[in-house]
Design a protein around this ligand. Structure first.
Ligand SMILES: Cc1cc2nc3c(=O)[nH]c(=O)nc-3n(C[C@H](O)[C@H](O)[C@H](O)COP(=O)(O)O)c2cc1C
Length: 369
């Protein structure tokens, strides 16, 4: 055990929460969790400023001084109490501009343990399947108007050309996007290109973008404004049937802007694709909190495919992470837990740009509430 003589302070990297095991204190950089009694909290509270174990013990006259000092030694050994200099250097949330929830999530979910042995994996999934069936790899709404997507447009641009031409666009023309072009973009981004048999995990989807464990948690909804042959409104892309399901009809320009946190230019797009994630597709398989990252990594790959395809199809396009989750959940009728919004992307027809005019870059700056 380390000696805890000298003055100590409370580690700045402590989160606390109730769990079925009791009240948990977690030093998330050291990755140490303890269940704590109220007395432990009181002792830690005394180390807001540097203090020695004996000084703090004297502040609890009703408690046995040596037991308080032992408690202090244990807390120092586990990293909940540190030397003053270690506190200044080790305050990760402070170094991340005070973003405590981000620091807590990042550090507390680093370096999970992986089961790499295929036999052990098979055993784990076979056991799990006995009590919890896997979520469907497809989502559809069933009893809604269904619009088949026509065969897409052939792409003739080279990859290197597309890569060098891709830019974020925030200005669009009023001309409708042809349905074939729209179909190529939606199918080419979210459509299935094949399936793979994954042993006990059954049949999984393959798409043009990689997906962690081929879990493909991302669903695509489209708010359509200007696509030739499509009524304006909200649609869901049914991957299995490769068609659109009409969920609502109407002109939803203001909704598009509100979903994208008030960015007015988003309302000029011909259509806005709303990516959501179905939580259980990932969490059924990956039972560790770090896997929350996978939703966003998958969505990032899909968005990159989207913008490259849009560029190849000569459609000005964009992505935005300035997502108003609650607004989208309400509009789409999602509970926000089993399925939640993660990313937006959209495109439109090209606008005739006056010579000498530069596209304006106006990313919003956001703040924690
Ligand atoms: C994750 C992500 C989120 C973005 N969010 C916004 C946004 O909310 N608003 C916006 O105008 N641009 C947004 N952008 C676009 C970036 O501002 C843009 O990619 C950057 O300025 C570089 O320009 P380029 O895409 O033309 O290379 C986002 C890009 C990414 C990758």
């Amino acid at each position: 055990m380390r000696r805890a003589g000298g003055r100590l302070v409370r580690s700045p990297n402590i989160a606390a929460y109730w769990s079925p095991r009791g009240f948990v204190l977690e030093e998330f950089v050291r990755r140490c969790r303890i269940t704590a009694a109220p007395a432990t909290i009181q002792v830690l509270n005394e180390f807001e400023r540097p203090a020695t174990a004996s000084t703090v013990a004297r502040r609890f006259p009703s408690l046995d001084a040596s037991s308080v000092e032992r408690q202090v030694l244990r807390l120092a050994d586990l990293g909940f109490l540190v030397r003053g200099s270690a506190r200044r250097m080790g305050d990760v949330a402070e170094r991340w501009h005070g973003l405590f929830p981000a620091a807590f999530y990042h550090f507390s979910t680093r370096e999970p343990t992986y089961v790499l042995d295929p036999e052990m994996q098979t055993q784990i999934f076979a056991e799990r399947l006995k009590t919890a069936p896997q979520p469907s790899i497809y989502k559809n709404y069933g009893r809604t108007a269904r619009i088949a997507l026509p065969k897409g447009m052939p792409l003739d641009a080279t990859l290197s050309e597309v890569l060098s031409r891709r830019r974020t666009s925030r200005e669009f023309g009023r001309v409708e996007v042809p349905l074939e072009t729209f179909a190529e973009l939606v199918r080419g981004t979210w459509g299935q290109t094949g399936t793979v048999h994954a042993g006990p995990l059954g049949t999984l989807l393959l798409k043009t973008s990689p997906s962690a464990g081929a879990r493909n948690p991302v669903e695509c909804y489209v708010l359509v404004r200007r696509v030739r042959g499509l009524r304006a409104g909200l649609y869901h892309y049914d991957v299995r049937a490769d068609c659109l399901e009409r969920l609502r009809s109407g002109e939803f320009r203001h909704e598009m802007i509100a979903m994208a946190s008030g960015q007015r230019w988003v309302g000029g797009a011909a259509f806005l694709c709303i990516m959501t994630a179905i939580a259980d597709r990932v969490y059924w398989k990956y039972r560790s909190s770090d896997s929350y990252r996978l939703f966003f990594l998958d969505a990032g790959h899909l968005a990159q495919t989207f913008v490259l395809l849009a560029t190849a199809l000569n459609l000005p396009c964009f992505t935005t992470a300035a997502v108003q989750e609650g607004r989208i959940e309400e509009f789409l009728g999602l509970d926000g837990t089993s399925e939640f919004p993660i990313y937006l992307c959209g495109a439109g027809s090209a606008r005739t740009v006056r010579p000498g005019t530069l596209a304006r870059a106006r990313s919003p700056v956001h703040h924690d509430r």
